[in-house]
Design a protein around this ligand. Structure first.
Ligand code: GLP
Length: 248
């Protein structure tokens, strides 16, 4: 069930991920794409934008017209105008370069007065649209996917989560290097919505991810490593570069 593809470097992994995403947006009746943020995804979106721009005019228009994606997560309390928000990440990497209608690239509303209610609303909106077709995922150093921090059950729904110290350190670069400046909470799709995706594409690059990727590929699925639940999904492809796979 789990297909593992080794690529030479992050650029090659990004190229293949972009190709798969565009194929998913170009096939027949479509379910929404599930999208992720983070450093791993920067070259993925750059490659996707180039691929779409290189398409014949009519194909490109069709892809853009039919676009619908749901992002995994965003930090509670950050405005979409805040460059550190995932909404701003998507605006600068995808919406603006492609000229997409921003409502077609959905994220949870990080400014909602009641984040728990917003998580339920976001999950319901996703369900109304049929759930995720192809889900793009990165992997946290502690094994999180989306912001599903360990321990996390396989049936955890979309919700407001508390971020771990490790995750706040991992993502501190965007906050001037200060983990204390990273918001404590996020709204994240749960393992339930992620595992309900028809297909999953996990992209893992860089030597720092080697230990967690090794665990994901070898340990039996458990709450201790949320990403390990992916091994119970019938259709998962892991794109990993040599550094992430070999640790060298
Ligand atoms: C972040 C995000 C995830 C992302 C992961 C890896 O915190 N919530 O969606 O995939 O951690 O991030 P990076 O690609 O920067 O290593």
């Amino acid at each position: 069930q789990l297909e593992l593809i080794q690529l030479d470097d992050p650029a090659a992994a990004a190229q293949l991920a972009a190709k798969r995403l565009l194929e998913a947006r170009s096939e027949g009746p479509q379910l929404p794409l599930g999208l992720a943020t983070g450093r791993t995804m920067e070259p993925v979106y750059a490659a996707l934008v180039s691929l779409i721009h290189a398409q014949p005019e009519a194909d490109r228009r069709a892809v853009l017209r039919n676009w619908l994606s749901f992002n995994l997560d965003d930090y509670v309390g950050l405005s979409p105008a805040d460059p550190r928000s995932f909404a701003a990440f998507m605006a600068s990497r995808l919406v603006q370069p492609l000229g997409l209608v921003s409502e077609r690239v959905r994220l949870p509303d990080a400014l909602a007065p009641d984040p728990a209610a917003e998580a339920r609303r976001y999950a319901a909106e996703l369900a109304r649209n049929g759930g995720i077709g192809l889900q793009l995922l990165g992997l946290g150093l502690n094994g999180h996917v989306g912001f599903n921090e360990p321990p996390c059950a396989a049936d955890a729904p979309c919700r407001c989560v508390e971020l771990s110290a490790m995750t706040r350190r991992q993502n501190a670069a965007a906050f001037g290097g200060d983990p204390l400046a990273v918001p404590h909470r996020a709204i994240s799709l749960g393992m339930a919505e992620i595992l309900a995706a028809r297909r999953i594409l996990l992209v893992v690059t860089g030597v720092a991810k080697a230990p967690v990727l090794r665990r994901l590929l070898t340990e039996s699925p458990s709450a201790a490593l949320p990403g390990s639940w992916l091994r119970q999904h019938p259709c998962v492809t892991v794109l990993a570069d040599r550094a992430a796979l070999t640790g060298a």
